[in-house]
Design a protein around this ligand. Sequence first.
Ligand code: AMP
Ligand code: GLY
Length: 426
Amino acid sequence: MNVLLLGSGGREHALAWKMSASPLLTKLYAAPGNPGIGRVAELVKLDVADHSAVAAFCQEKQIDLVVVGPEGPLVAGIADDLRAWGIRVFGPSKAAARLEGSKGFTKDLCAKFNIPTAAYGRFGDLASAKAYIEKVGAPIVIKADGLAAGKGVTIAMTSDEANAALEACFEGAFGAAGAEVVVEEYLTGEEASFFCLCDGATALPLGTAQDHKRVGDGDTGPNTGGMGAYSPAPVMTPEMTERTMREIIEPTMRGMAELGAPFAGILFAGLMITDQGPKLIEYNTRFGDPECQVLMMRLKDDLLILLNAAVDGQLAHMSIRWSDAAALTVVMAARGYPGTPEKGSVIRGLDQVEGEGVQVFHAGTAVNGGALVANGGRVLNVTATGKTVGEAQAKAYAAVDRIDWAQGFCRRDIGWQAVAREKAEN
Ligand code: AMP
Ligand code: GLY
């Protein structure tokens, strides 16, 4: 089959790498893709925001399946628009992508269908939000309702911080995404990311991961899109997975169907594992980046078969096989990230590091005059597998150290919690 993949990051490189191993694949196109994706796909210049242009391309190239990587096009309704042209798409409808596009929508769904999550209020004006904070006190969490590229959340330890965050939000710090806010209870526990492959009715667990949002070692410094991840997440024991399916994922699938917006695609649950069990922090409606990279390293099955089964509503008949190995990815970023990254520095030596159980996924690269250069904040995802997280970590950092890129940096402690846990167990 001919497949068009939309997106340009490390997540999409991992998806392209995995799909390219499928015997079902005839030809893979990627728009816009990146130089790493270009090793396994033909890169096409398409304006992904122009849904008719994407549809016309699909008709011309006889595309059998469109795989949407990032949330932006999903929330903008690309899946619906392409389906209206008769094109098969892996990814949720606009109505179902509200699980990521509106935090208030998700909180109301949780309330209606008894899904465990932090207590909350939804507010469209400053005065009523402040009054709520006065009533419940700090610590408290303030969230812009809409998509804010991971920057719309403030954990406020005092009421003053909470009020300042509310003011910023209503003054337009996040544009239209902040016209409404969710104010919610501060949860404590261990976080985990839980992924499911969904076809509108059935959700199949697709693995667990833990990411590292802060830029600096020891979880310090500003938030980023993610500086590294590992899979599986040790906190997600079989019992915790079973509870998460029963208490969170399955009621969400039933609730979305009841609201007339059945969810098909990747459901990415950000969880807090509290003393009372798993609670939903937020949903995303696509793979995590860089979580996808570690999941793809561990997936034994043919990704294209699974995505097709999800599109065709056939997941009730499927199961998913995983490698027992652990996988870990280290994000190498360009100096300046998560502020303005330096672009254009030359990266050498990538061809020498890939091998058994080591893959380098491109996240923000470009080719300039024949040389590979940095072209974004998060630039490379150096990914390795091992019998334990510790072994995967050692392999990934050995590869990082062989990459010749003076202007790049990474955290040196990705996986620290899992490695400490492994050491304590032995
Ligand atoms: P989000 O952008 O919704 O993923 O939130 C970013 C981060 O804020 C999460 O990964 C959590 O670490 C933290 N967070 C969000 N909501 C809460 C909450 N209710 N209680 C504690 N931490 C939270
Ligand atoms: N790594 C977090 C995300 O993709 O949202």
